[in-house]
Unconditional design. Sequence first.
Length: 642
Amino acid sequence: RNLIDNLRELIKGCRGYIPYTQGKYSLVIETTGTASITLTEDDIIGGYGLAIPTKNEKYNRVIISFVNPAKNYQVDEISFPPNDDSGLPSADQHATMKASDGGFLLEGRFDFPTLTSQYQAEEMAEVILRRSREAIGLSLNVTFKGYELNIGDIVNVTHSSLGFSAKPFRILGMTFNQDFTVSLTLVEHQDSHYTWATKVQATTVPSTNLPNPFNVQPPASLTLDDTLIEYNQTPLIALDITIGASTDAFIDYYQVEYKLSTDSNYIIYAQGSGLNHRVLNVIEQGIYDVRVKAVNTLGVSSTYVSGQHTVVGSTEAPADVTDFSCNIIGQEAHLNWEQIPDLDLSHYQIRYSTLTEGAEWQNSVSLIEKVSRPATSISVPARTGSFLIKAVDKLNNYSVNATVIATNISSIGNFNAVATQSEHPTFSGTKTNLTLENDTLKLTDLNSDGTYLFSAPIDIGGIYTSRVTASITQFAENPTELFDDGRGFSLFDSATGSFDGDSPSNSNAHLEISLSDDGTTYTEYKNFVIGDYTARYYKFRLYLISRDGLTTPVISQVTVTIDMPDRIFSGNDITSGATTYTVSFTNPFKSVNYAVGITGENMETGDYFIVESKTINGFNVTFKNSSDTAVSRTFDYLAKGF
């Protein structure tokens, strides 16, 4: 036979190993000993493999064949424990072990040709029997710490999931992996396996400190939530179930069950070791009962851990807009923001306030009603003040908080105030379902909408294109209840949102505009947005809404401002003729306070010109020579005004 095979046969009788380390074989004896290192969960990478002895590997009697010199070196046998009819005390051990094995005789036979002593053979039989009955197998992947170990070494293993606390194991096999981890094959070690004498048996290290397998610990916790997810490009509401792991060491799987609170029977949703589960396509505003139990490897169940959750789904307000920025370029403000993650996002709404500090959503006016997803930028007219943005979902829910960016650049454009109309504090216009109280407007009947028509239209004197802005100051009020009384307090915790300080969720007021060129025929009222309008007559009205029938918007101030930007008219290479020349504007100015510049191209010494009769429609110019006689000249002109 091969030399190595002969060597292995020779060392069987001394329970020897011949590990190959650093180019050399060494001899390690399997006997009592102490651990060289301790492996904890910090050293163990990934999972573990745990095996207990099977019926074919577990013995209640071991028979050893050996060479007996007393019998002329013939093969002899010795058993441990002895046969039942031997009359020896150790026979009682066999009866006890056999009874614990269900009455089955589990016998193992082994041949040791290198043993020549009955006492040594009996010792070997006892070691093999005891090892077979306490021989938990364990396979692990460990860190660099494994490089300190050799075949045959004893290590302690501490692992809370297995219930091991410094439990000794002997290394039977090692594999060095490509990722520099070490795979270990271990078997349980007990010093008491190797004691042989008429002496008190050493204390046996407990196999585990695990609980009774028939008393299963339930899951530690149950957390319920819901979220919107995208499935096949369609938003769905999902119920998220998070299980806190049971402290029981023998858990095989968890059983998750759920039902609508109105149903009688639970639905078994999942059976598995995972701690996170997702139920798709649940009903919005539905109330769901969920319960979870743990089941161990014997099929024994724990008690249920239960919970209940009301699905918010798409009724939850969308996230606040982040990274809102403004970049002024010429006459335009370029607004940019970060896309919010909500799957049911419909669009963004942008408002404007003349305030550069302290601007609020309810006190601002609409600038852009709808910026559809997935846009995250837009250009608007540049103005000094604050821009505000909120996200709006498909159920018309708004972000809880407006994101504000302010600009105080004083040189934005060159606008000229044409008209300003403030309705406060008297609010003398036409009121429908509104009450004027303490110089503020509020709804009379909270179950109906109300309107306030401005006291008079604004006439700017002609059909011009003008920039129209507005400002509103409002807040919310519950006129029938105090906050701390009854329903007022319950509204604070209601599913619709916080009553206190959340006026836009319960009531609101917005401005509407109507235009006319002749002061008789007006367009229909539409929601006002800050922008450029072409008309002569402007009518405005406030529209007040109560969404809950309990809260009214309260309007304390409202102002509308109409501005016109500077315009320039020009002409070149015009022949005046030897008379007065009339320059006519194709689009008249609003004001005669415009500036005129004249440049003569073929002027002679002593020539001059006179500008006269300035109107919004044009002006007259006359060129004369040094004798004050009208002459014909070629000229350019430029007129700047509004």
